[in-house]
Design a protein around this ligand. Structure first.
Ligand SMILES: [Zn+2]
Length: 498
């Protein structure tokens, strides 16, 4: 069966007065989200009830609810809406932004339908992604289709991989060609200092932002501070910059290109950082406006492999292509769990503890922290990984109000889109999510698979995002997830009957 991007099912949003219906996948002139408790993306507490009026693809107004006038007219001031979503008892947040995403249409060379990934992202409340490395021409095409509402997808910002440049002149030429292609920014990885200096200078001239996946390389966070990187991805480069001797104490047989080696000894890295020097590095990042997108979810298998291998949503939602890619195999990036020991996990647990403390410290010093899932690797599924990341930020000690801000308003700032994305505010893009339950009490209500609650002595299945509204287009999440289940079931059938 051909993959359908749009959800055909008509979903009725029941309102006491028998109001108009919202249809999944269809934008109307005037959409009312009625009676919502709002958590904005600016770090302020929940407030409500409120009516949110969406006109086409913009938030036209956010109105503290006046129940009297509503019951008299059956509609808020400004005329009857064309469609209504009843948010009574629900929380409305800005659409989540995934600042470290990879558009993936294949895993390990095997095709995987793009709609699978896009539908899960929307179902997890993600209305914007920063793509930091994929097939660039294809990503640019998807960006256009998403912007024009032709496909059900988050809005896309394309940061192509910089690739190799042999000298400064090649680096400058490469930046110019990426600008000409229409890139929104550039992702760098494993880069020498002179190349980094030349490419960042040119990128700043052309208004391109830079995401740096620092490896264990010639450069570290001090270079990001000096050259003006927008965000450090993951974490390498930060503790490295705080090691007194300047280099981690690797064993003699260590080979960086052996991923089991690389990830094993990465688990020893944070403890080698000098806390006083680390404070200076973090202050340097704050002063130079270098943000940090830690992607805490993507290394979690290193500290708890069995947890990562047995996530409940794998049962119905893990595409067989992705499942195969996750299996230990030195050919696939991130599939390094060959002989992974309890000792490795113990080192990584301590590594996380120090990493989380550094994140809190960075925040306390005034640093900007964003969030991204980096999914499609290391047992992390698209979208689910971002929500797991939010849980890990809670474990790190952040209040859920701040975590929602990190996943919305902060990510919008990292993208340079803080004037139009990441807020529930008049004039902003109509990117919103309607959640069954209170994410400030339990971030797990954001998982599209929901949660269980006990009500009147009975177990009730609840939670999940009910609607994801991107650019004013409402998507009914249960319908999207039914599509994902069908895609997975079909692909599993095809692989068993091959
Ligand atoms: Zn990545």
């Amino acid at each position: 069966m051909a993959f359908r991007f749009f959800v055909g099912a008509i979903v009725v949003a029941t309102l006491a007065s028998g109001q108009t219906t919202a249809v999944s996948g269809r934008r109307v002139n005037r959409l009312l989200i009625h009676n919502a408790t709002v958590v904005d993306g600016n770090g302020t507490p929940a407030s409500g009830p409120k009516d949110i009026v969406v006109e086409n693809n913009r938030i036209a107004d956010v109105i503290p609810l006046d129940p009297v006038s509503f019951s008299r007219n059956g509609a808020p001031a400004g005329g009857r809406p064309d469609a209504v979503i009843d948010a009574t008892g629900k929380y409305v947040l800005p659409g989540l932004i995934n600042a470290h995403a990879h558009l993936q249409e294949e895993r390990g060379g095997k095709p995987q339908p793009i709609g699978y990934e896009l539908n899960i992202w929307l179902s997890c409340g993600i209305t914007t992604i920063r793509d930091v490395g994929s097939d660039t021409p294809r990503a640019l095409e998807l960006r256009k289709q998403s912007a024009e509402g032709e496909i059900a997808a988050p809005r896309i910002f394309v940061y192509p991989m910089f690739g190799r440049a042999r000298n400064a002149a090649e680096a400058v030429a490469r930046v110019r060609s990426l600008k000409q292609m229409g890139a929104d920014g550039i992702k760098i990885l494993g880069i020498d200092r002179d190349i980094m200096e030349a490419m960042e200078a040119e990128a700043h001239k052309l208004g391109l932002r830079i995401a740096h996946h620092a490896g264990v390389e010639e450069t570290n966070a001090w270079d990001d501070i000096k050259f003006g990187t927008t965000s450090i991805e993951h974490w390498y480069g930060i503790p490295d910059a705080a090691i007194e001797s300047g280099r981690q104490n690797f064993p003699p047989g260590y080979n960086y290109n052996n991923e089991t080696d690389r990830f094993r000894y990465a688990g020893h890295l944070w403890r080698e950082a000098n806390p006083e020097l680390l404070g200076k590095v973090l202050d340097g990042m704050v002063q130079a406006h270098v943000a940090w997108v830690p992607t805490l979810d993507i290394y979690e298998a290193s500290r708890d492999l069995q947890r990562a291998q047995n996530q409940p949503w794998f049962a119905e939602y893990l595409h067989p292509t992705l499942a195969e890619y996750f299996q230990p195999n030195p050919k696939n990036h991130g599939s390094y769990f060959i002989g992974w020991t309890s000792t490795d996990e113990a080192f990584w647990k301590e590594n996380y503890r120090l990493w989380m403390a550094a994140l809190r410290d960075f925040d306390r010093r005034g640093g900007l922290i964003g969030m991204g899932d980096d999914a499609g690797f290391i047992y992390q599924m698209y979208g689910f990984g971002l929500i797991r990341g939010m849980e890990l930020h809670q474990e790190a000690g952040f209040h859920p109000i701040k975590i929602i801000q990190q996943a919305t308003g902060n990510n919008a700032r990292i993208l340079g889109q803080e004037e139009r994305l990441g807020r529930v505010r008049a004039g902003f893009a109509a990117d919103l999510i309607v959640v069954n339950g209170n994410p400030l009490e339990d971030l797990k209500v954001l998982y599209p698979t929901g949660t269980e609650e006990i009500r009147d002595g009975k177990v009730v299945h609840t939670g999940g995002i009910e609607w994801t509204i991107k650019d004013g287009i409402p998507y009914h999440v249960p319908a999207l997830m039914a599509q994902v289940r069908e895609t997975v079931a079909t692909a599993r059938n095809a692989s068993t009957h091959r």
